[in-house]
Design a protein around this ligand. Structure first.
Ligand code: AN0
Ligand code: CP
Length: 316
């Protein structure tokens, strides 16, 4: 596997899900595969789970790991080809990516959107520059528009927690937040759910429509109560507006999910990628309740990362 930047890099979804489940049962079964191989992680934004689960996954495979928080510890990167670098930026991505490829056998990159220009963010300029100039496999650790490691994990967690022959109903619901957040997690979740064997519904307030490139195939219901009816899994996430890019249009109704609202579901399991602002995005009662899958999702981040790294080690 040369890159993992979206579901389009997966050939057989069912097969890779089973591979992750097998690795979870036997995490050290490939502990020599990564001997003398190095994973290099570049973070342009904060991270807790992605950083630690990638490291843990690499260690389980016997790899070495090096990490650079580039915005705090590295030189400011220039992304534009042919630019005259007489401004803020000190190092061109062309050089940085080429050098990472000498030091590392696999490179991970986290590059959030700036949420200023839709065109700039949705062009995935940063991720694409690394793809262009790195000569080793690249893993997205959340880019401007997608978070494929998270969605792979979410689907794995749904599969593990569903044992009926019928398709589960999965609802993605918008949640309140105090800051404008990227659309990467819901875009990516939607893209994966539309390809998975589930009935997928999205619900959000007016003004929070996601980019149709990723929601194609989903049922969109604007009334949250209606959307939640009979849900088996409820995935909670805030995102900022795509249309009025990066803004937070006013929401009059109460979108915070509560125990009361969950009563209309089919005893739904509650999911969130984390980090979560407790009692702003999701209540303590749901996060800490017996139907919460949040810790299982965080745990599974190890095994989906390990599956992707393993594929890159076996056939780079
Ligand atoms: C990020 C986001 O919403 O994309 C990362 C989530 C995994 N969350 C925040 O910035 C709080
Ligand atoms: N879910 C997730 O990607 O968490 P971090 O932002 O902490 O890595």
């Amino acid at each position: 596997m040369k890159k993992f930047t979206s579901i389009n890099d997966i050939q057989d979804l069912e097969m890779i899900l089973n591979e992750a489940i097998q690795l979870k049962a036997n995490p050290y079964s490939f502990k020599d595969l990564g001997k003398n191989k190095t994973l290099g992680l570049i973070f342009m934004n904060p991270s807790f789970r992605t950083r630690l689960s990638m490291q843990k996954a690499a260690l389980n495979l016997g790899m070495n790991v090096i990490v650079l928080n580039i915005n705090q510890e590295g030189w400011k990167l220039e992304m534009e080809d042919g630019s005259i670098m007489n401004g803020d930026s000190v190092e061109h991505v062309k050089d940085a990516a080429a050098i990472m490829s000498v030091y590392c056998d696999i490179v991970g990159i986290r590059c959030f959107p700036e949420l200023k220009s839709k065109e700039a963010d949705y062009s995935e300029n940063v991720l694409n520059s690394f793809l262009k100039y790195c000569t080793v496999p690249i893993v997205s650790m959340e880019s401007a528009t997608l978070h494929p490691l998270q969605s792979f994990t979410d689907l794995m967690t749904i599969k593990e927690n569903w044992n009926k022959p019928s398709k589960p109903k999965v609802v993605l619901t918008w949640a309140p937040h105090i800051k404008a957040l990227p659309q990467a997690v819901p875009n990516s979740f939607s893209e994966w759910m539309c390809k998975a064997d589930v009935d997928f519904v999205i619900t959000h307030p007016e003004g929070y429509e996601l980019c149709e490139d990723f929601t194609n195939g989903a049922t969109i219901i604007s009334n949250q109560e209606e959307a939640l009816k009979g849900a088996d899994f409820v995935y909670v996430k805030n995102w900022s507006s795509y249309e009025n890019y990066g803004s937070m249009p006013e929401v009059k109704e109460d979108w915070l999910l509560t125990n009361e609202k969950v009563k209309g579901t089919n005893k739904a399991k509650i999911m969130h990628c984390l980090p979560v602002r407790r009692n702003v995005e999701l209540t303590d009662e749901l996060l800490d309740g017996s139907d919460s899958l949040i810790l299982k999702q965080a745990e599974n981040r190890i095994y989906t990362a390990q599956t992707i790294l393993k594929k890159m080690l076996v056939a780079p």
